[in-house]
Write a protein that binds this ligand. Structure first.
Ligand SMILES: Cc1cc2nc3c(=O)[nH]c(=O)nc-3n(C[C@H](O)[C@H](O)[C@H](O)COP(=O)(O)OP(=O)(O)OC[C@H]3O[C@@H](n4cnc5c(N)ncnc54)[C@H](O)[C@@H]3O)c2cc1C
Length: 495
């Protein structure tokens, strides 16, 4: 995978840069030694590693402003980082870039129960927000499986999702305000505690921008009342097609479960052997459907979903009878990734989204691809959102297997686009899917997206090498085709 060529002059000035940054962030806020920088050499996409030039851990917005102004003035690249759990390589360092770690921004700044929102620094963990308001009967809905570790700043940058996002929305639907700093050191606030902000939806632009537009220094999120109750249904199917069609039918019938996950046979067997959740082992696909609300509503919805599932060929249907049993049903799903880790030395977790009605056919085609690539795939994903997480099993110690796994992953993502889906669901593009962007966007689309990037970061210093297969400088985007000496819009001033 090609990354931007490191700038030799920057590498040569390393000692001077470290000294200058120490003047801005004193104490232990600048990490220089190779041994300590090693801890930052990759994120959760561990196939790619690179030691950063230097690591800076600011503690205040003022320090972030000064670090960014310094970098802008010296044309120094900056890679933002939260907890480093990205699965797409978004926080992968560059040899000639400052790694800006936001881990010290870990205070909850305000709990505003009247406005049902929390103001937090970006280094607070996702789970930390729910824990802070638990006593008030509130919680923060988007729940990535990594919620114990990942930061809310990282969630904003990746527009993260989780099991409960089907009913309660992704990060973008639950973040109502941010403060961020541009590469020029300007502090900008978007949104706030109010419902809507005037002007363009810049908050929508910033959420999911993967650290390419600015450094998030404060986040305001909506928190919701904890549902009074919830029950989960385990539904087994003899075919993936039946399970996929059932997912579309449940949503089509107007039932929006609190969570709706699917596992294929390989994932079911791995999870059951690991957690003993009571999953049926004689089925090809398993749905876990959670219905939440007051008791009468939950019972009514359970009956409706069960009836739909039977109509689509379900052979097993078991509703949890206690809170302990509900948690046990989920324990298998939550441990599915590590469980798959027990049956294969390595796996690669892909992330693409498809229209729900295509779930059955896409899973079938994935099975057929196993033969072409000579690798197995286990599936466990957010079925209700059509957000696939195929786990491609391989052994990195066998020469060529990593490459085959990557090729397999690319074929799956191309298939997602082919059936009307998208390259990513919640893990972002990062470096992992960067070179596939042209499967979904043409040159004009990519140029338009880069114009937006230029509006925030004209010199392309924030997180270069990520998301865009090739990053154009703003001037290059302004190039236009002049035919027969006739300039278009001749009355417009040129710069
Ligand atoms: C086991 C496991 C399970 C996971 N499950 C899920 C899941 O269910 N759903 C899901 O959506 N994701 C999941 N993820 C992926 C990951 O946890 C999310 O993408 C998460 O939001 C990353 O947060 P982070 O703090 O670790 O950010 P990092 O990995 O450090 O960074 C991610 C991106 O955000 C940028 N960034 C970080 N902080 C800032 C900031 N303050 N300002 C600007 N840019 C910033 C970085 O440059 C990078 O591009 C999982 C990961 C693992 C390892």
């Amino acid at each position: 995978m090609l990354m931007p060529e490191p700038d030799a002059a920057t590498l040569a000035r390393r000692a001077e840069i470290v000294a200058d940054l120490r003047a801005i962030v004193p104490g232990e806020g600048v990490i220089e030694s190779e041994q300590e920088r090693r801890a930052y050499e990759c994120d959760a996409l561990t196939a790619y590693r690179q030691l950063p030039l230097v690591v800076v851990l600011p503690e205040t917005t003022r320090q972030v402003v000064e670090v960014l102004r310094y970098c802008q003035a010296r044309t120094l690249k900056v890679v933002p980082r939260g907890a480093g759990t990205s699965l797409s390589g978004g926080a992968l360092p560059l040899a000639d870039a400052v790694l800006l770690g936001m881990g010290k921004f870990k205070r909850i700044l305000e709990i505003d129960a009247a406005n049902r929102c929390v103001v937090a620094q970006p280094g607070v963990t996702n789970l930390g927000i729910s824990q802070a308001v638990q006593g008030l009967g509130l919680y923060y809905a988007p729940d990535p499986s990594s919620q114990i570790a990942c930061t809310i700043g990282g969630n904003v940058a990746e527009n993260s999702g989780g099991v409960h996002c089907l009913k309660y929305g992704l990060t973008t639907n639950n973040v109502i305000g941010v403060e961020f700093v541009t590469i020029e050191g300007e502090v900008i606030r978007l949104g706030g505690k109010h419902f809507d902000a005037g002007g363009y939806d810049l908050l929508g632009v910033l959420v999911g921008s993967e650290g390419l537009l600015g450094i998030v220094t404060e986040v305001t999120v909506r928190v919701l009342p904890t549902p009074p109750g919830a029950r989960a249904l385990l539904i087994g199917f003899p075919t993936m097609q039946g399970a996929g069609d059932c997912v579309a039918a449940v949503i089509g019938a107007g039932v929006i479960p609190g969570g709706m996950e699917i596992m294929d046979r390989l994932a079911i067997e791995a999870a059951e052997a690991f957690v003993h959740a009571g999953y049926p082992l004689d089925v090809e696909a398993l749905l876990i459907v959670e219905l939440d609300g007051c008791a009468a509503e939950v019972d009514h919805l359970i009956a409706r979903v069960e009836a739909i599932a039977r109509a689509y060929g379900a052979t097993t249907c078991r509703a949890s009878q206690s809170e302990a049993e509900r948690l046990l049903f989920w324990a298998g799903r939550k441990a599915a990734f590590p469980a798959v880790g027990r049956i294969s030395p390595d796996y690669m977790c892909m992330d693409g989204t498809i229209p729900r009605k295509e779930i059955g056919s896409v899973l079938l085609r994935m099975k057929q691809m196993e033969e072409k690539h000579g690798l197995r795939v286990a599936n466990v994903f957010h079925a209700g959102d059509g957000n696939l997480h195929p786990l491609i099993l391989f052994d990195a110690n066998i020469s060529g297997e990593l490459q085959r796994a990557e090729d397999f992953g690319h074929d799956i993502l191309r298939l997602c686009v082919e059936v009307g889906g998208v390259l990513t669901g919640e893990h972002g593009v990062g470096v992992e899917k960067r070179d596939l962007m042209d499967a979904m966007f043409n040159e004009v689309d990519l140029a338009q997206q880069q114009r937006l990037k230029c509006a925030f970061d004209a010199s392309g210093l924030l997180n270069p090498g990520k998301v865009f297969p090739q990053l154009c400088r703003c001037a290059e985007l302004g190039r236009m085709h002049v035919h027969a000496g006739r300039l278009r819009f001749p009355d417009l001033p040129r710069f």
